[in-house]
Structure formats: structure tokens, C-alpha cells
Design a protein around this ligand. Structure first.
Ligand SMILES: Nc1ncnc2c1ncn2[C@@H]1O[C@H](COP(=O)(O)OP(=O)(O)OP(=O)(O)O)[C@@H](O)[C@H]1O
Ligand SMILES: [Mg+2]
Length: 319
């Protein structure tokens, strides 16, 4: 059975200016043990998508349509209590600033144990022993378990957050820019660690990052998001090697390449559409270097262009 199936998800924010369609008809799926990269410009809806899955949206955000199946159970319809019992146990999320969520006046081992006791019927003593094992798992010296958060570096704290996220061996972990605040060396260590753990524990991983080289290295499949929609979805080597959507082409062109002359990469001209207004046609049309008149009036449907490779663009039919 597929681990996760997101179908036609619509998540909107109620704002003083009207309904903001942050995620608008987004569909993708993920298998057990698979890593999916979610990429797209700032504001395209990646975090909103992640928060919809774990049902941690801010109060002005609401799922207006669609389904999110986790091993066949629709998370959208679960009661608050039911989803709470599944968070950490079945799905967990690691944010960019997660490490700042540690309680400064509590020893980290106690914090991990507390998270475990909250979700599993085991004693504090057993939970503390588990916390020790988790420290080993995330390659931290076990004796540091009695330290307070301020005694750790940012990278170590993020490791602790990974330990907490993995405490109940979830089937799905979502990393929303889990390493963005860290230096490249620590970033690499933590990503390698997540990779290792994903394979050992057969967890599904959704990795959100702007770093295309990280996605290319860690992910099996890539979903490219633009203005609340997935515009290209497929195996990593297809999306990066046989790119089908003009937006993906632009994203890749804007990514800095070490060794090339340009230090500051170009950006994609124009701005994403205003999601307070319904969009007619392709959302990328006004910025697209390949647009034709049809793009302005008709929204392209997702079409298959290769083995497990899908794209929504009118130009693909021309080959
Ligand atoms: N609480 C909120 N109220 C109103 N609008 C919101 C709220 N949270 C997010 N949005 C809007 O929804 C859109 C999607 O935001 P989201 O955080 O999902 O983007 P993102 O793809 O994660 O961006 P980034 O790469 O910068 O993290 C943005 O335009 C944002 O302004
Ligand atoms: Mg985000």
C-alpha cells in the first residue's frame, strides 16, 4: 500500500483581503522508504502543504478540499484528537527553526523522554533509556543527554530535534528546510544522517529545500511547485536530466554552479501570480519564455511524459 497519497489538496488562508489560495489542487504520492523532494520559489506553498499533512495549520489556514491518505486513512477527516495521536507516532516534522523549540530549562534527555511518554505507554525510566538509544542513533555522545539546550551548538540541537522526530519510529518524516540555518558541513552531516536513518528505518521522507543539489543527491522523486500547484513531478533523474516544464528549467538555470563565472545567479523574471484572485490559464504563463496564446486562457492538465514523469504544460504536446 502506498504510504502517502495527497489528492487535489486545497489549503486556503483567510486574510483581510480575501481567501488566499496557498495550495490549490495539489496531488502527489510517496512510497514507504521513499524520499520526495518538494521544491519551488519562496511562497509557492511548500510549508503550507507540509502543515496540511500534519494538520498543524495556523488558525486562519483551512483545508478546503482534497484528501490526504496515510496508508489508506484520510487524515483530513480525523478529529483533532485522532490526528494528535498520529503525529510523532506515524508522521513527524522537522522545521528549519525546530531547534529553537527546545525548552531551555529542561535537560534534553528529559525532553525526548517526555515526548515519548506522551505517545507511548512506557515508564519514564524506559523512555529515558530510549532517549539514550536515540542519541546514539543521531550520533551524539550519550552522556550529553543530561545537558541543557544552551550547552549544544545549533547543529547538535537540530540533531536532538531529529532524535525527537524519530522517537516513535514514524512512517513518514517531513523535513521543511531542516538544515537551512546551519553551515554547509553540519548541513551535510545532518542530511547524511537523515538519509542513513531513512534507509535503516524504511521511513518515507518529504524534503523541502531550495538547494537543488541536496535534492538531486537525496531524493528518489521531485515535485516542483509553482503558485500552489505541482507543475512537474517525476524521478529525480527525469526532472533534472530531462526537464519538461519551463519553470523547472528556470529554477535549474538560477541555481548557482560552483566553478562557473557567475557568483550571483540570475533570478526568474517577474513575480508569481496573486493567489487572492482565481487564475485563468497556466499560472506561469506571464513569466514563461515558451508561452503561446493558449497558455493565457486554458490551464494545462498534468500529462504523462515519461516513466512516472508528469508535467502540466501546453508546450509538451509539441514534443
Ligand atoms: N498564516 C497565513 N496567513 C495568510 N497567508 C499565509 C499564511 N501563511 C502563509 N501564507 C501565504 O501562503 C503562501 C505560501 O506560503 P508557504 O509558507 O507555504 O510558502 P513556502 O513555499 O513554504 O515558502 P518558503 O520557501 O519561503 O518557505 C505565501 O504566499 C504566504 O504568504
Ligand atoms: Mg516554507
Amino acid at each position: 500500500m502506498t504510504l502517502l497519497e495527497v489528492k487535489h489538496l486545497r489549503t486556503y488562508f483567510q486574510t483581510s483581503r480575501g481567501l488566499y489560495r496557498a495550495v490549490d489542487d495539489t496531488s502527489f504520492d510517496l512510497d514507504h522508504g521513499e524520499a520526495l523532494g518538494l521544491v519551488g520559489e519562496s511562497g509557492c506553498g511548500k510549508t503550507t502543504c507540509a502543515l496540511s499533512i500534519v494538520r498543524l495549520l495556523p488558525k486562519e489556514g483551512k483545508i478546503h478540499g482534497g484528501e490526504i491518505f496515510l496508508e489508506g486513512t484520510d487524515l483530513v477527516n480525523l478529529s483533532d484528537e485522532e490526528i494528535r495521536s498520529r503525529r510523532w507516532k506515524d508522521i513527524s516534522i522537522i522545521f528549519q527553526g525546530s531547534m529553537n523549540a527546545l525548552n531551555p530549562v529542561m535537560k534534553v534527555g528529559d525532553q525526548i523522554a517526555e515526548a515519548i511518554v506522551l505517545h507511548e505507554k512506557i515508564s519514564k525510566q524506559e523512555a529515558l533509556a530510549r532517549a539514550g538509544e536515540l542519541f546514539e542513533l543521531v550520533e551524539m555522545p550519550v552522556d550529553r543527554i543530561n545537558n541543557y539546550p544552551h550547552e549544544f551548538s545549533g547543529g547538535m540541537k537540530q540533531r536532538v530535534m531529529i532524535a525527537i522526530a524519530l522517537a516513535c519510529k514514524p512512517k513518514l518524516v517531513i523535513g521543511d528546510e531542516p538544515t537551512t540555518a546551519l553551515d554547509v558541513m553540519v548541513q551535510a552531516q545532518i542530511l547524511n544522517l537523515l538519509e542513513k536513518l531513512r534507509k535503516e528505518l524504511n521511513m518515507g521522507l518529504i524534503l523541502i529545500t531550495h538547494d537543488l543539489s541536496i535534492l538531486a543527491e537525496t531524493c528518489d522523486r521531485i515535485a516542483v511547485m509553482y503558485a500552489g500547484k505541482i507543475v512537474e513531478f517525476g524521478p529525480v533523474e527525469e526532472v533534472f536530466g530531462n526537464t519538461a516544464h519551463p519553470y523547472t528549467e528556470r529554477l535549474i538555470a538560477c541555481f548557482p554552479h560552483i566553478g562557473k563565472e557567475k557568483i550571483i545567479p540570475p533570478s526568474i523574471e517577474g513575480i508569481p501570480p496573486n493567489l487572492l484572485e482565481p487564475i485563468s490559464g497556466c499560472p506561469f504563463y506571464p513569466r514563461c519564455h515558451k508561452a503561446i496564446p493558449l497558455c493565457a486562457i486554458q490551464e494545462p492538465e498534468m500529462e504523462k511524459v515519461g516513466e512516472k514523469h508528469f508535467v502540466s504544460c501546453h508546450r509538451i504536446r509539441e514534443g
